[in-house]
Design a protein around this ligand. Structure first.
Ligand SMILES: Nc1ncnc2c1ncn2[C@@H]1O[C@H](COP(=O)(O)OP(=O)(O)OP(=O)(O)O)[C@@H](O)[C@H]1O
Length: 272
């Protein structure tokens, strides 16, 4: 058994499983700009893994590599023990990876329920032809999709707004609906791009609780980008720190807090 297939226990007694996603020597360029420079790190089953760093460090680019939106020029993405070929984002979604976006990407004119329902697209197997030929399968699938969506709506406590058009909701609730849509896909790996951005303290507390509950109840592995250091350090099992496209730190919140490169580059400026 190699190190990547072993489990370990975190500082607060949580068991983290084997490696789900292994990023190996990833380099991503946009023309002359190297957004990611030779970065390697892994994400393990059941953990909450944060990616932090100053503006422009390359965090969103990294999340886009993981979600299949960008294909790196160098390096490999290994998923569940196999190198992942270049894939379309919907193929990545079919592998059980779902995400939310830095700038909310919902259908503003549609109801909360319909928005969350779009999260089931990766699960929809029947097409118009099979629906016409075989009503039974289509009806069963529709029922499963509805049930999954209702579970998520209950879990995230958004029953009261299920019929409300998303455009009428306050910002914090929109972020929660976006999380609901990602969860409706029943992902095994959930990617959250700044889930607390623009939220007030109360909304951040709610979102933190939901993220922890998702991880706890469904065992969902979570990778998140977040600027609020308090939130990151409270939520995460392990943290990767990026700066100017490079990885400058990787470890538990305590290890990262004590890393001089991180203090110099980032934490030191904002936090004592
Ligand atoms: N589509 C793109 N085309 C060209 N350059 C890009 C593109 N996306 C990102 N970059 C550049 O890559 C670098 C990393 O950007 P990225 O958005 O990944 O950083 P970030 O850490 O997520 O920043 P922030 O915290 O501000 O969101 C930046 O120099 C950015 O200008």
């Amino acid at each position: 058994m190699n190190a990547q297939s072993q489990s370990f226990v975190t500082e607060d007694g949580r068991t983290i499983g084997p490696t789900v996603l292994d990023l190996r020597n990833i380099t991503l360029r946009f023309g002359g700009v190297e957004a990611i420079k030779d970065i390697s790190f892994d994400i393990r089953e059941g953990e909450i893994r944060a990616i932090i760093g100053p503006n422009g460090a390359g965090k969103s680019s990294m999340l886009n590599v993981i979600s299949g939106f960008y294909v790196p020029q160098e390096g490999e993405v290994w998923f569940r023990g196999k190198p992942r070929p270049a894939m379309k984002p919907y193929e990545v979604a079919q592998q059980g990876i779902a995400r939310t976006f830095q700038n909310i990407a919902l259908f503003e004119g549609m109801s909360v329920l319909d928005n969350v329902m779009t999260g089931r697209l990766a699960h929809m197997k029947t097409n118009i032809l099979t629906q016409a030929l075989w009503w039974g399968a289509a009806a069963r699938e529709e029922e499963e999709n509805r049930a999954a969506v209702e579970r998520v709506i209950d879990f995230l406590e958004i029953q009261a707004i299920r019929k409300t058009p998303v455009g009428r909701l306050p910002y914090g609730l929109k972020k929660r609906v976006e999380l609901a849509r990602a969860l409706a896909a029943e992902p095994s790996l959930l990617l959250l791009d700044e889930p607390m951005a623009g939220m007030n303290v109360e909304e951040k507390e709610d979102m933190s609780r939901f993220i922890l509950d998702v991880n706890d109840e469904f065992g969902t592995t979570i990778a998140l980008i977040e600027h609020d250091m308090g939130v990151v350090m409270d939520l995460s099992d392990r943290v990767v720190v990026m700066d100017y496209g490079r990885k400058i730190g990787d470890g538990t919140p305590d290890e990262v807090r004590g890393n001089q490169d991180v203090i110099d580059a980032y934490l030191g400026v904002a936090h004592d």
